[in-house]
Design a protein around this ligand. Structure first.
Ligand code: F6R
Ligand code: MG
Ligand code: MG
Length: 408
């Protein structure tokens, strides 16, 4: 009989913040903790940790109930309801923003919050990384994940670890066509990149080991879709990764965030390009032009379905201390590079590539501008209308021809 599979879930939402779109109030996080304490006592979840990136509350939960479970999602929904109540009472900004429906209908999909979940047999030792990004979209993970899982010049493990060398399957979503496809690396690497390079259309949902270890990474892509012909997807995405022993090591996951300054879509009004700023959750307030887009990386070991960080063994009530990978001085230079690149992008003002292409802008005034100008636009091919013939003055009798005056 195979061992019971554990599910690791992150469910996240922005339900209001202090000041503007900066950070949730600590009381909102406390309210979420209280709900999850009860869910843990009730046996719905094994363990949990509540944190945030920028203005998004992130709930990490472990359980044996499988993905899209009504009780687990219901507990998360209740966290966001309670946090929204506080945000409304305090008149915080955008209170309840990501709560799109009045009634919970079984899971959070389509209801506003985002989720990433993976189910697997817990190994003898199970290191996990939790990436959380704010002010960007799920396809922001495509560049780092392809570097980590497909590029042997980035991840030497792909060459020298015999299980990693077997490669990985990538589940890729096509946002425009609402379809998905599974492609395999290394065989189809260049074809995978030919899709994923278009971050406005394709995003990685899941990466699975081809040496039988199971899922390696999963990204929240809940809001990726075309709504009324418009792309909606700036979901401040999370990504859960399993590490080591045939999967990329912890250091192979973190390395691309130092080696590359990555430009991603989102930032101010979900309509700009800025550089990923790797930081601690504590340093993740969007203080520069509502950004720049920030990414945090917290690590836990999994121990029989429970999270183990730096806290004493057996900690209760979600009182965990994760390892904060991007909060270290090692990433100081990466942060400086991100600010430098972001400032450079800002120098272009409201011109592409500082702003996104028209179809990707979350905010735009263009339809109204065009409407107002409907009658003023003329075709470049239209022949100029002949000016109405002016009434010719009555012809005078021709004057006697004068001798031309020569002009010097
Ligand atoms: C981006 C974000 C902010 C807001 C911006 C305008 O995800 O949350 O950059 O888009 O501050 O917000 P409103 O329209 O609420 O004034
Ligand atoms: Mg927000
Ligand atoms: Mg946010």
């Amino acid at each position: 009989m195979s061992a019971e599979k554990v599910t690791v879930s992150i469910i996240k939402a922005d339900v209001g913040s202090v000041v503007g779109h900066a950070r949730p109030h600590p009381s909102m996080l406390d309210a979420a903790r209280n709900v999850l304490k009860d869910a843990q006592k009730a046996g719905t979840i094994e363990d949990f940790y509540v944190t945030r990136v920028g203005d998004d509350i992130n709930l990490y939960m472990t359980h044996y109930k499988g993905e899209n479970n009504k009780d687990v999602h219901g507990a998360a929904w209740e966290c966001f309801q309670q946090a929204t109540k506080i945000a409304k009472k305090m008149k915080l900004y955008a209170a309840g923003q990501d709560i799109l429906t009045d009634a919970f209908s079984g899971n959070v999909k389509g209801a506003g919050p985002g989720s990433a979940e993976m189910t697997f047999e817990e190994r003898g030792s199970e290191p996990l990384l939790f990436f959380m990004a704010d002010k960007t979209e799920p396809s922001a993970y495509s560049l780092p994940l392809t570097r980590i899982f497909m590029d042997p010049f980035t991840t030497t493990g792909l060459v020298i670890d015999k299980r990693a060398k077997k490669g990985f399957d990538f589940e890729i979503q096509d946002v425009m066509a609402n379809k998905k496809v599974v492609m395999s690396a290394p065989e189809e690497s260049w074809s995978i990149l030919s899709l994923l390079g278009d971050t406005s259309r394709y995003a990685i949902k899941r990466i699975i080991s081809r040496s039988g270890i199971g899922p390696a990474a999963v990204v929240s892509t809940d809001k990726l879709n075309m709504t009324a012909g418009r792309y909606v997807g700036k979901d401040d995405p999370v990504c859960i990764c399993r590490c080591q022993s045939g999967l990329p090591s912890v250091g192979e996951y973190t390395q691309p965030f130092i080696n590359t300054t990555m430009l991603v879509a989102g930032w101010m009004r979900g309509s700009h390009i800025g550089a990923f700023y790797p930081c601690s959750p504590e340093d993740s307030d969007p203080t520069y032009y509502d950004g720049p887009p920030r990414i945090c990386c917290l690590g836990f070991q999994l121990n029989n379905g429970k999270l183990q960080g730096l806290e004493p063994y057996g900690a209760k009530n979600g009182e965990h201390i994760p390892v904060d990978f991007f909060g270290t001085s090692t990433f100081d230079n990466a942060r400086r590079c991100a600010i430098k690149a972001s400032k450079f992008m800002r120098s272009q003002g409201p011109f592409v590539p500082s702003i996104l292409g028209a179809e990707e802008m979350e905010y735009t005034s263009r339809p109204d501008v065009l409407k107002e100008l409907t009658n003023r636009f003329v075709s470049l091919d239209e022949k100029p209308k002949k000016a109405a013939a002016k009434k010719a003055p009555a012809k005078k009798a021709p004057a006697k021809k004068k001798k031309a005056v020569e002009v010097e």
